[in-house]
Design a protein. Structure first.
Length: 44
């Protein structure tokens, strides 16, 4: 499961979904939701 989360995180960053502290414009909620969507898409 940790590898799935890590992969989803890296994919999200590659998609340029980043919070302000990472140089982006997404809110923490938007960033988290993007990661969760990546995880869900790998489980289907």
């Amino acid at each position: 499961m940790a590898a799935t989360v890590e992969h989803a995180l890296y994919q999200t960053l590659q998609d340029e979904v980043k919070t302000k502290d990472l140089g982006g414009h997404a809110s923490t909620l938007e960033f988290t939701e993007a990661i969760l969507e990546k995880i869900k898409s790998t489980q289907n």
